[in-house]
Ligand binder design. Structure first.
Ligand code: 4AD
Ligand code: MG
Length: 462
């Protein structure tokens, strides 16, 4: 006798084969002679209908435990269903309650719950339709990411989570210390980090890029895919304090190659989800973000719009739109500007290049104009920036000057500079915010609802 998941079962031909199914009751309906259980096991959105003939199966001792949320094991025969919306159902022979779920207190009732409420019960929200669908799409995306890079000869590299360098130079790092916070050792009034665990100041990584560059400049093409941490105090629907980032780095590659790969990669992982998560994507298209499927299908076929930062500013200045943040050359584009460009002006993903050097990280390659750098951000509708990347500064003298310009401690980047001293080569890469990608594909509004256990400013539950 087989032990199958519901996803497999509902695609099988019904020829009375016997099987055991495990899952959680979504609903129970008692109509005296026959009872029905809608059973879900998390393998797919669909429930399996269990039909219990009271003359064949004695429920006397367990019927009060057959409530929403209870876990059960059901053995029965797979038969054709009379209902058109489901191909098969299970004709039960035995029903066993493994874990009852008192209905007076079970928080997941059959009605729709708000996402805010579900965040408070993150231990139970994977049992809802929306959240389980998000997790399956998240899984498919992460598989597709590895698949794309493995197929294209990129090596998967694990970069450190604890680090002593601030990759983005933005000072948004969580410190890692074992120093006693109530009695911090001081030397001339400043903290004596030589007494700390690593003998120096250490933090959680904001990006694996710098270490990724080391590996790319030896191995060719690499990618990282891991957690990153940013102590940004921004309480928005697109920011987390702990999020996952995919960071490929390519040797002998310039900004154009960088954009080509990023565009191909995004289309590839979207296609994978469209092909492999049909049921879940139809659910999002119907209930969460109507029209999403068409948008995604269109994007896979489209060519992304490529413009420079200067052109983007001109477009924004030309528009009649009232922005909260004033537009002028030199500003960092705000989410409202990004969304306006991708949703209203181009109605397409947009790649913006050649940003002013003042608003970008020290490692980006300077253009000959001395004012801009070879950065590229990819913006998509609803989200804004989903990818940030650049060609890297590969000239030792220019890079050293940039570090000094930004008041960064040049000595601490000695190894990063040596990569430019010994066998420097053009190279480029980008970072995809994984949660923003899950948000984009599913249409979920809040980034806290696309990660199992969100960590954000003021919140680290579960
Ligand atoms: O643009 P960012 O800061 O770029 C880097 O970290 C580079 N080192 C990447 C590289 O070139 N290797 O971040 C990359 C992406 C953003 O485009 C965004 O999608 C996501 O990471 N991201 C966040 N996602 C969730 N919460 C946050 N607080 C995020 N900050 C950035
Ligand atoms: Mg960025």
């Amino acid at each position: 006798m087989k032990n199958l998941r519901i996803k497999q079962i509902i695609s099988m031909k019904a020829d009375n084969q016997e099987m055991t199914v495990h899952g959680w009751i979504r609903s129970f309906r008692d109509s005296k002679a026959v009872c029905f259980i809608a059973l879900n096991d998390g393998s797919c959105l669909s429930n399996l209908q269990i039909v219990i003939d009271r003359d064949k199966v004695d429920l006397t001792n367990i019927i009060s435990d057959l409530t929403t949320g209870a876990s059960v094991a059901v053995t029965g025969q797979l038969v054709a269903s009379p209902k058109p919306e489901q191909p098969v159902e299970l004709d039960a022979q035995t029903v066993q309650v493994l874990g009852p779920s008192p209905s007076e207190t079970y928080p997941l009732q059959k009605k729709r719950h708000s996402f805010e409420f579900l965040r408070e019960i993150a231990h139970l929200r994977p049992r809802t339709n929306t959240f389980s669908a998000v997790m399956r799409v998240r899984n498919a995306l992460s598989f597709a990411i590895h698949h794309y890079f493995q197929e294209h000869g990129f090596l998967y590299i694990q970069t450190p989570i604890i680090t002593a360098s601030d990759c983005e130079g933005a000072g948004e790092m969580f410190q890692v210390t074992t120093l006693p916070l109530d009695n911090i050792p001081k030397e001339n009034n400043s903290i004596d980090f030589s007494k700390d665990f690593f003998g120096k100041k250490a933090s959680l990584t904001v990006s694996g890029q710098l270490e990724g560059e080391i590996m790319a400049l030896a191995l060719g093409n690499i990618y990282t895919f891991g957690p990153t941490f940013r102590a940004e105090h921004s309480n928005t629907s697109r920011h987390l304090a702990e999020f996952w980032m995919v960071e490929p780095e390519m040797a002998f590659c310039d900004i154009n190659g960088d954009m080509d790969i990023a565009e191909e990669f995004l289309k590839y992982i979207i296609s994978h989800v469209l092909e492999n998560c049909e049921e879940d994507m139809a659910f999002f298209d119907k209930w969460v973000d109507p029209g999403k499927l068409e948008v995604l299908q269109q994007i896979v076929k489209s060519s992304f719009t490529r413009i420079t930062y200067t052109q983007a500013i001109e477009e924004l200045l030309k528009s009649k739109e009232k922005f909260e943040f004033k537009v002028e050359w030199g500003i960092d584009l705000q989410s409202e500007h990004e969304k306006f460009l991708t949703e209203k002006v181009y109605n397409n993903p947009v790649i913006i290049t050649d940003y002013p050097k003042q608003i970008k990280a020290f490692y980006m390659k300077q253009n000959d104009d001395g004012k801009t750098v070879r950065a590229m951000d990819i913006l998509v509708p609803r989200i804004g920036e989903i990818i940030g990347g650049s060609e890297r500064e590969d000239r030792l003298d220019v890079l050293t000057a940039r570090l000094k310009d930004q008041n960064l401690p040049v000595e601490e980047y000695w190894w990063y500079l040596e990569l430019r001293k010994y066998g420097s080569a053009p190279h480029a890469g980008f970072g995809l915010g994984f949660e923003r990608m899950v948000q984009f594909v599913t249409g979920m509004q809040n980034i806290r609802d696309v990660i199992p256990f969100p960590r954000a400013y003021g919140s680290a539950e579960f």
